[in-house]
Design a protein. Structure first.
Length: 112
């Protein structure tokens, strides 16, 4: 009997808390769109910069590890060059967007 009573209490508390937990996650479509915007602006930027760094260091590794093979060294050199170009372009686009935003008095998230 005691086990049934405890189960009933826990079930009742669980049913009372479920709406609070589900509504606490997102408070409407506006919050959902804000979360999607944060994901696209902050996380994508970090992923793209990370991929450019990985590509650059992949080229460095290929350049160093295959120092005896001229073709592999050239491929590594090309990867290093394109990694630096990608990092420059990503940084330049971010700077241009910040400058445009400040020029038109648009709040811009400058946190990288």
């Amino acid at each position: 009997m005691k086990k049934i009573k405890n189960n009933l209490i826990y079930t009742s508390l669980g049913l009372l808390l479920v709406p609070n937990v589900s509504f606490a996650a997102l408070s409407g479509i506006k919050s959902l769109l804000g979360e999607i915007k944060n994901l696209l602006t902050n996380d994508i930027r970090i992923i793209v910069v990370s991929l450019a760094f990985i590509y650059f260091f992949w080229g460095v590794g290929q350049f160093i590890l295959h120092s005896d093979d001229q073709k592999a060294r050239e491929e590594g050199k090309q990867k290093m060059i394109w990694g630096v170009v990608a990092l420059f372009v990503i940084t330049a686009i971010g700077g241009i967007l910040i400058a445009i935003g400040q020029g038109f008095d648009i709040p811009v998230n400058t946190n990288y």
